[in-house]
Design a protein around this ligand. Structure first.
Ligand code: GLU
Length: 284
């Protein structure tokens, strides 16, 4: 009789972007990630998603680590504690993203795109995905093979070619079954930027795969990104993790918390003498 496969040990992650101070919404999502890892006796990794050039600042990265520790977070791999990887900062993990880019390019999954954001916005009645991303009208999609394709990666945005009408389905551990239609819910999406950096979608997929993350816990604003990422996992022949998307925290007007809600940043709460147990009061 075949022995049942033993599931790999649980590995979860916290993935802050140091573009400002963390707010209560981030912290609550991260708290869920930490609880889910603890309940499974798993490992929690902290990865700093600091690819977004001028918006990411070392002082925000430092503040995120300090504020999370203040609130009671403990990670066992990442900044301030090390681990098996040379770096837990995305800006120092380019080797993985470049390897993925080369594979996608060699497999014909991506194509260079010369359109600016403005071109896409101006395309007649350019529809938008639910997450606000304009659905790419496909202008450069069929220019392959062309001279464009021979450009170094630095001179164009490279997009992943989605199969129009393809259905992407997955079961989210909190939100249940999800279903998105490629070409309608989202279009060909960027994987590499003209400033020679990977897109969020590519970097996060490679990091979660290389770091052997078994469950991704994040905000439900990223459900549609998860659908895009599943296409990347498949193209790169990688096993996707499980997903748990958390509800978003809203302010009294019903608006999603954002980094501009300074009054609700962990930094401000801390400076005003809030106690960590008080901040987390309803999270356990
Ligand atoms: N760094 C991302 C953010 O702060 C998290 C992305 C993810 O969890 O995949 O929104």
């Amino acid at each position: 009789m075949a022995t049942p496969a033993i599931p790999p040990p649980y590995r979860g992650r916290l993935a802050p972007s140091p573009t400002g101070h963390l707010h209560l919404g981030h912290a609550r999502t991260f708290w869920t990630a930490q609880q889910r890892a603890r309940r499974q006796n798993g490992t929690l990794i902290l990865r700093m998603e600091d690819l977004d050039g001028p918006r990411c600042k070392p002082e925000f990265a430092r503040a995120a680590l300090d504020d999370l520790k203040w609130l009671g977070f403990e990670w066992s791999e990442g900044p301030d504690c090390g681990g098996p990887f040379a770096s837990y900062n995305q800006s120092e993990r380019m080797i993985h993203y470049r390897a993925a880019f080369d594979l996608l390019k060699a497999g014909g999954f991506i194509y260079p795109c010369a359109c600016s954001r403005k071109d896409i916005q101006q395309a007649i009645a350019a529809p938008h995905a639910e997450d606000g991303e304009p659905i790419y009208p496909g202008t450069c999609r069929n220019k392959v093979p062309s001279t464009l394709n021979r450009q170094p990666s630095t001179q164009a945005n490279w997009r992943f070619r989605v199969m129009d009408g393809e259905v992407v389905e997955f079961v989210d551990a909190r939100c249940g079954p999800q279903r998105f239609v490629a070409g309608r819910d989202f279009g060909d999406f960027p994987v590499w930027r003209h400033d020679d950096l990977p897109s969020y979608q590519l970097a996060v997929v490679m990091d979660d795969a290389v770091m052997k993350i078994t469950e991704v816990v994040r905000g439900e604003d990223l459900l549609l990104s998860t659908a895009r990422q599943l296409l990347l996992y498949r193209a790169l022949n990688l096993t996707p993790p499980a997903f748990y998307h958390c509800p978003l925290m809203r302010d009294e007007k019903g608006e999603r918390l954002a980094k501009r809600h300074d009054a609700l940043s962990l930094r401000t709460l801390r400076e005003h003498g809030a106690a960590p147990e008080e901040v987390r009061r309803e999270w356990d």
